[in-house]
Design a protein around this ligand. Structure first.
Ligand SMILES: NC(=O)c1ccc[n+]([C@@H]2O[C@H](COP(=O)([O-])OP(=O)(O)OC[C@H]3O[C@@H](n4cnc5c(N)ncnc54)[C@H](OP(=O)(O)O)[C@@H]3O)[C@@H](O)[C@H]2O)c1
Length: 280
């Protein structure tokens, strides 16, 4: 089993929660395919699984977690709240309880606000509610997703420290200014679509050359690039070999020059979806 590093999440209401740096992404698989993928991942050494209410697979993920011989407290389950559960404590609690019912679990390790939905005007209040609900034990930590720097700043201005923001980051869409805005407020960055989803990584010499030097694959180089810069990454694969490959990134180190060369692949593009326009 690979030795997967953990990071510490801290913020309002959250003190010292350990999160494995590599987790398994589960979108868009649902039903038995999702249960099988998650069961396979746990057998392959994954201890962190990323789901969401919107994915329609919390039930399938929970089924695999409950059937696993790995103790619940050795697994880290992230899910994400949809906007019908935004607002004051009681409604957010209802949202958490919905996820508990779907997954069949007693608690969620990390509950993220999936999208800020700024037009609703209540993402700051929802953050405060989540932070308060940590003390119920129904969630161990909270965070946000798809929050742009202005949204993160608005939460900070309300006196709340966000533990983690899961955003789209990959070598071609590195969004260094967004990453820096989170770092400036001590918000851990979680990378989704961390390998660019449909990008052919073998087209990029910076990745291929680093892969040759370290005896790794371009996917492993990209995941190591995230890990070494202190990010969480949730790559998705339904294939056992690729799952193992994606987790096996803790036994080598990229040089500063290699990191710089990968950073240079950034083409200035933003996330596929604009969080000021899109949400659910
Ligand atoms: N917060 C949000 O709004 C948000 C948005 C999007 C995604 N996410 C999360 O992020 C997770 C990952 O993002 P993603 O699924 O968009 O993109 P991704 O993980 O960057 O890429 C997934 C694709 O890469 C392939 N792949 C995985 N490992 C590989 C390897 N070692 N070699 C070659 N190909 C490989 C997979 O194919 P196979 O499965 O066939 O191996 C799949 O087609 C999602 O599943 C979801 O949990 C969150």
């Amino acid at each position: 089993m690979p030795n997967v590093n953990t990071l510490t999440l801290s913020g309002t209401g959250v003190a010292g929660v350990q999160i494995p740096q590599i987790g398994l992404g589960t979108w868009p698989h649902t039903g038995q395919a999702s249960t099988d993928m998650v069961a396979m991942a746990i057998a392959n050494g994954y201890r962190h699984i990323d789901t969401a209410q919107k994915y329609g697979n919390e039930d399938a993920v929970g089924k695999a977690v409950r059937a696993s011989s790995v103790a619940r407290d050795e697994l880290f389950i992230t899910t994400k709240l949809i906007n019908r559960y935004f607002g004051e404590v009681a409604i957010v609690r209802e949202g958490i309880e919905h996820s508990l019912q779907e997954t069949g679990l007693d608690y969620i390790d990390l509950m993220l606000i999936h999208w800020p939905n700024p037009q609703l005007g209540n993402y700051v209040q929802t953050c405060a509610s989540l932070a308060q609900l940590v003390e119920t034990g129904l969630i161990r930590a909270w965070g946000v997703s798809n929050f742009k720097p202005a949204h993160v700043q608005a939460v900070a201005d309300a006196g709340l420290a966000i533990p983690i923001n899961q955003i789209q980051v990959d070598p071609l869409s590195g969004q260094p200014d967004y990453v820096a805005a989170n770092a400036a407020l001590d918000v851990v960055v979680g990378a989704y679509s961390p390998t660019g989803r449909d990008v052919n990584l073998s087209e990029f010499p910076a990745l291929v050359q680093a892969a040759e030097r370290h005896g790794k694959t371009p996917h492993q180089i990209v995941l190591r690039w995230h890990v070494q810069q202190g990010r969480i990454a949730v790559p998705r694969s339904a294939h056992a070999e690729r799952q193992r490959e994606n987790l096996d990134v803790f036994d080598f180190e990229l040089s500063d020059a290699e990191i710089t060369a990968i950073n240079a692949l950034d083409n200035g593009s933003r996330a596929r979806l604009d969080a000021d326009e899109y949400g659910h």
